[in-house]
Design a protein around this ligand. Structure first.
Ligand SMILES: [Mn+2]
Length: 332
């Protein structure tokens, strides 16, 4: 199985963690292809030396500046502004493989990743995990309102989804996937010229909050294969606004294979309190970048982690969200 990763020099330790964690949890020898715009020779050398006897193959593919320039105009959320986020769009053009698995580099793999191909739908260009499906109302979730009171109301979520669907010009029932983990049928991508279609969408509509994920969703317009939530377990919306069954969601949360650290705070940040932070460090320690050092560890963040955040959480629980915002301002 071939996994594709895209990253730059600062992200190299995290990509190495993805690789180390994938390798540690399978008996199959994996192949990796790295799509990059500017990865240094030194990092390529360190990765090659370290992983050469642990993988079937490890290849580096520098994407030409003429291609990179086609995606460098995207205006997205700040944490998605690195051009590496979009290089997966060129996989069908650069690689000769028929099927690859794209995995974001802000993930850790805690199970056998090769099993993802047991359930992919070969008739679809993309198989991925649901993030929103208008048919979520078909699944009764009595706990939904209670769980979401602390984060966002039902109306807000519906409103966001409506706005997004409208902005992307998608027809029918809104059906949206997370592009952090994708089984990409590159043969199909080539047949349907999907890369070109997504690039032209980006060209016409460069203001995309979720970057190429938005563009891919807009172009495919719900025509993707749905993977079990354990393949891309993340906290965003918790999968509750999808038509996954409660049992699937429960499995996805309790027994994931790929944990995706979505959002701005990552497990390599001091402030992260993610339940899989220790798993990230467990595998990071198996890479050449094993030193555990937090760049954001300072007095302000120590106070934030142990005083401000817990106090805010308690107040939010006791008084509701209305006062949390004011308290946050006061404590700042
Ligand atoms: Mn990600």
């Amino acid at each position: 199985m071939k996994i594709i990763l895209s990253f730059n020099d600062p992200y190299t330790p995290h990509a190495a963690t993805v690789m180390a964690s994938a390798i540690a949890n399978t008996n199959e020898k994996l192949s990796f292809a790295v799509l990059h715009a500017s990865l240094s020779d030194e990092n390529q050398r360190v990765l090659t030396e370290f992983f050469c006897d642990k993988v079937e193959s490890l290849t580096f593919h520098k994407i030409e500046p003429s291609l990179v320039s086609q995606v460098s105009g995207i205006k997205a959320a700040p944490h998605l502004l690195h051009v590496e986020t979009y290089l997966r769009l060129f996989a069908a053009v650069i690689l000769e493989d028929d099927v690859v698995v794209h995995i974001d580099c802000d993930t850790v793999i805690v199970g056998d990743v090769t099993r993802i191909l047991d359930e992919w739908n070969s008739s679809k260009a993309v198989c991925a995990c649901n993030e929103y499906d208008a048919r979520y109302k078909e699944v009764m979730r009595p706990y939904l309102k209670r769980v979401h009171r602390g984060w966002s109301t039902w109306d807000e979520v519906e409103h966001d989804a409506y706005q997004k669907q409208k902005a992307l010009g998608m027809a029918g029932d809104f059906h949206y996937f997370n592009a952090g983990v994708m089984v990409m049928n590159l043969k199909k991508w080539r047949e349907t010229d999907l890369s070109a279609a997504v690039l032209s969408f980006i060209n016409e509509q460069p203001f995309l909050k979720a970057a190429d994920q938005d563009a891919l969703n807009a172009v495919l317009d719900g025509d993707f294969g749905v993977l079990h939530p354990k393949w891309n377990s993340h906290v965003l919306k918790c999968g509750m606004f999808t038509n996954y069954s409660d049992k699937q969601l429960e499995q996805g949360h309790r027994d994931p294979v790929i944990v995706h650290f979505t959002g701005c705070i990552k497990p390599w940040d001091y402030l992260s309190t993610h339940p899989y932070k220790s798993q990230y460090w467990k595998y990071r320690c198996l890479t050449p970048w094993h030193e555990r050092k937090y760049k954001d560890k300072n007095l302000k963040n120590i106070l934030k982690k142990y005083v401000t955040t817990p106090v805010t959480r308690v107040v939010s629980k006791l008084l509701g969200r209305k006062y949390t915002y004011q308290l946050k301002h006061f404590l700042r």
